[in-house]
Design a protein around this ligand. Structure first.
Ligand code: NAP
Length: 328
């Protein structure tokens, strides 16, 4: 039975990946931070097959202990301070966890897996936010980085140190440059889930408005379930490499709003949406749109859920859970 170790197990991608790897016959270990993490109980109920191991990306010793215990064939480093807006307020913490955390994980792999012929395969969750003020459109693996947030800067470090450890120590390390991916498990702080959840609550009469930032921002949005499949595919190749994972389509937040309101059978969204400058980023990224032809050709990866189906899935999910809450 292959063994996988996931950091960020409580996050959107961690949950999708655990489910996916379990379906592939893996024994799955997940790292959980904090002495009383409220998400541990929910995880244990929903994913009884995941063995949770305490640890923190800020603490190298805990990473070494976790790897010694799990003895993984594959490590997926999904843990991060991942919300761009927070990274402006907590830039130092973001740099430490999202950036230096990658270095600590790679060092732990060297310590546990050995210096020569290290058997552990490593996946780093890099991000399209590294492209920021984009130098070319669409963005590929070769597009230069110009991050526009502390989060993006930390991810650039994580990406570069992953490539460096592959080149310096021969570690099988891949960096997946993933464009935005969403779904019903997305945290409520992220714009797509904020909208799908608010739309459900407005439909049910328990919320009156949504307060939003920049509605013109455009993103290349895919479905998280499709994207974790790409992570696994990267680690099954003969040699490690870096891949852009994206749909190649771009949609504005305004378009997401329009579809979400339509899906719930609500009238024109303009009367429910208020813009507040507090929700604008100090520096916005340009039009992000990815060219994933390398992944499509080398890995045989293609996304299966398109943008309209993604919005439908998220709104219907939130309608169901908000309705269930009202019935309690
Ligand atoms: P997410 O839902 O925000 O999950 C982040 C995870 O990181 C949570 O499990 C969190 O644990 C964990 N974490 C935070 N601080 C930690 C620490 N000090 N030590 C260990 N773990 C820590 O993020 P996601 O959407 O699943 O994304 C997964 C990864 O892909 C992230 O690295 C993200 O930056 C990257 N990424 C995401 C997207 C996207 O569109 N979703 C796109 C590109 C890249 P707690 O719950 O305990 O706080």
């Amino acid at each position: 039975m292959p063994r996988a170790f996931i950091t960020g197990i409580t996050g959107q991608d961690g949950q999708h990946l655990a489910e996916f790897l379990h379906g592939k016959g893996y024994q799955v270990f997940g790292m959980i931070k904090g002495q009383n993490n409220p998400r541990a109980i929910q995880l244990a109920e929903e994913f009884p097959y995941v063995e949770l191991i305490p640890g923190d990306l800020a603490d190298l010793t805990s990473l070494v202990s976790a790897l010694e215990y799990a003895q993984p064939d594959e490590v997926y480093n999904l843990g991060a301070i991942s919300f761009v807006a927070i990274s402006f307020n907590q830039a130092e913490l973001t740099s430490n966890i999202t950036g230096l955390g990658v270095l600590r994980m790679l060092e732990a792999i060297r310590m546990v897996g050995g210096v020569q012929n290290n058997p552990i395969r490593f996946y780093q969750a890099s991000s399209s936010e590294m492209f920021g003020q984009v130098r070319q459109t669409p963005q590929t693996e070769l597009t230069p980085f110009h991050p526009r947030s502390p989060y993006g800067c930390a991810k650039v470090f994580g990406h570069n140190i992953t490539v460096n450890y592959r080149e310096s120590y021969g570690i099988y390390a891949c960096s997946g440059i993933l464009f935005n991916h969403e779904g019903p498990r997305r945290g409520l702080e992220f714009v797509t889930r904020k909208v799908s959840n608010a739309v459900a609550r407005i439909k049910l009469g328990v919320q009156q408005e949504i307060v939003m930032g920049n509605l013109d921002a455009k993103r290349d949005w895919g479905y998280a379930g499709d994207y974790v499949r790409a992570m696994w595919m990267m680690l099954q190749q003969d040699s490690p490499d870096d891949y852009v994972i994206s749909t190649g389509e771009t949609h504005s937040i305004e378009e997401f709003l329009t579809r979400a309101f339509d899906e719930a059978g609500l009238p024109d969204w303009h009367q429910f949406v208020r813009q507040d400058p507090r929700f604008f980023r100090p520096a916005e990224v340009d039009l992000l749109i990815g060219d994933s032809s390398k992944a499509r050709k080398n890995l045989g990866w293609t996304p299966e859920v398109d943008f309209p189906s993604l919005v439908t899935m998220m709104v219907q999910h939130d309608l169901a859970i908000e309705t269930a809450k009202l019935r309690k």
